[in-house]
Design a protein around this ligand. Structure first.
Ligand code: URA
Length: 242
């Protein structure tokens, strides 16, 4: 037996929070009866309807994808641009990205049909470490990078402390390669952080997501997460550490 909101979230139809809202608003039926009580337990044989449509109980699936640049981190794009799910031709499950990478950012992106799992990893309280490699215009001093480490003030508030490593510089082209690890997931956060200290990002790639890396994948390729990796991510997110 599982909680109703969990089953709805797992179907990929809505996040856990949205599922709870649908239940309390009387939009959910179990075996033909409206259920508004959160936490109602259901089993695999129960029929669940949301807004009059029976939910598909999909098997949860989890993928690690190497997103190329020039791809939208969503399921559909009104402007007809290529989206991350366009790379998953043989997958029947309705998967969606966990969080997003900018159109111009490449790198590691997780996709799943498990709304609950996605919600957990994206929750601000539990956000896991994400490591980016940024090519920036100009060569930042140690002092400039310390600002990123300590936190900088953006339009939406101070950033949490980050870990920053100077990797290399091209003195002739006046560019530098910097590694930065953050655990927050604000919109365009890394680009905005570098912009703030006066070194605009020219190129950005996410190299790691918690303990996961892009090892063995080329841009545009993906692999399923192992059950052990899924379990580890749950443990890490629940503990709120990496
Ligand atoms: N920070 C950014 O600026 N862009 C991304 O795509 C991810 C993090």
């Amino acid at each position: 037996m599982e909680r109703l909101q969990k089953i709805i979230a797992q179907s990929g139809l809505a996040s856990r929070r949205k599922a709870e809202q649908l239940i309390t608003e009387g939009k959910v039926k179990v075996n033909g009866q409206v259920v508004t009580q959160l936490g109602t337990k259901v089993n695999a044989t129960d029929d669940i309807e949301v807004n009059g449509v029976k939910i598909e109980k999909e098997t949860p699936v989890y993928f690690l994808f190497y997103k190329p640049r020039g791809v939208i981190s969503s399921v559909k794009d009104e402007k007809g641009r290529k989206t991350v799910t366009d790379f998953f031709n043989n997958i029947d499950e309705r998967i969606f990205p966990i969080g997003r990478l900018d159109y111009d950012t490449s790198g590691l992106l997780l996709l799943t049909n498990d709304g609950d799992f996605a919600q957990m990893l994206m929750h601000p309280k539990y956000e896991v470490d994400k490591t980016y490699i940024a090519k920036v215009e100009g060569i930042p001093s140690r002092l400039a990078l310390k600002q990123l480490q300590d936190g900088v003030k953006l339009d939406d508030g101070m950033t949490a402390p980050s870990r920053v490593k100077f990797l290399s510089a091209d003195k002739r082209k006046k560019t530098a390669i910097i590694e930065i690890t953050i655990h927050e997931g604000r919109n365009r956060q890394v680009r905005r952080m570098f912009e703030k200290i006066g070194f605009p990002v020219l190129k950005l790639k996410r190299e790691r997501y918690s303990f996961l890396t892009l090892h063995g994948l080329n841009a545009g390729e993906y692999r399923p997460l192992t059950p052990h990796e899924v379990k580890q991510l749950r443990i890490i997110a629940e503990k709120g550490r990496n």
